[in-house]
Design a protein around this ligand. Sequence first.
Ligand code: PLP
Length: 400
Amino acid sequence: MATINENYLKLEKNYLFINIAKKVNEYKEAHPDADIIRMGIGDVTLPIAKCVVDAMKKGADEMGVKETFRGYEDSGTGYDFLKEAVSGYYESFGVTVKPSEIRINDGAKSDCGNIVDIFGDDNIVLITDPAYPVYVDTNLMSGRKVIYADSNEENGFAAMPDESVHADLIYLCSPNNPTGSAYTKDQLKVWIDYAIKNNAIIIYDAAYEAFITDEAIPRSIFAVEGARRCAIEMCSLSKTAGFTGMRCGYTVIPDELTVTASDGTVVSISQLWGRREGSKFNGVSYPVQCAAAAVFTKEGYEQTRENIKYYQENAKVIAAAMDEMGIKYTGGKNSPYIWLKCPNGMKSWDFFDKLLTEANVVGTPGAGFGKNGEGWFRLTAFGDSERTKEACERIKKLKF
Ligand code: PLP
């Protein structure tokens, strides 16, 4: 008889955004004329930069010509032209990462979720709460013990380690989804020192790195001393260049990163992950990698930053509305997310219902990201600018 991985039965029945979509669809069915503005799911809305699309078309054309056709990519870790482009991008903000330390993937979610394969199920996993749900879900799927570091109003939603607690794997996300907070170099140094003291590994999610405007906020954990000995970094072109429908990201594993196995052998994490990927992943399509490389050209950089600026303007509009209403929030700066405190002590899902039914605006209840998210709510700046303004006007008219 086939049995199942019963850890799956311990998960929330549906992924957060499926629950939201269900509620919105039910409302739409009952109110077909409602003009709903969606500021919930963190998906981008602007089209991909022209030079990036052109590069993808050129790559696709090459696939139709005998001389330039490509089948399986030899390494499965990404073409050298793209790894060199990513390495050059790191160099542009003062961080040295060798092309051979970079692995191209189909987006950060895959690696965030799959990296657990190479770590023992006896690891104690520390996750900041609230968090992007993938970190918790994928560890619960393999039956690991998860402990939490509280991100809350008192610490500006930037959890710091408790020195009296031991952890083996640590998930950090900066700029953070959902809270929009971003760690300073000094704060990251505290986490790195804690990781080294505990022989732990930090899995650092930098998916929103491109939204950093503040010079004091590092764009990579590898900008901080000690990180190469204890961290893996995951990044993505989804939010940087509108690749949510294209699928391309990259993971950096420094050569120095090792773990000692139970027989005393020193094992390279990069090699172990390479072994896993060799059996379970065949790389990203050539045209998409061509497009990704174009993002890192001068022209591609300029065009994609125009889109980011557009979203940053939306973030300012939402933040200004919150200021006007006297609502407390984090994010908006260095991040496309505004993480706001529900007025009058309202619970997250109650606020969701009020916004949906009275303003026809959809956001994301903070409670869906962990216990510290209760009473908080996430709005995204990834929408259309006129619709974002309209949503803010509607929210400002609500009575609490
Ligand atoms: N990490 C964080 C923190 C995210 O918010 C997301 C997507 O919303 C991802 C990773 C996944 O991004 P990708 O589209 O690259 O899989």
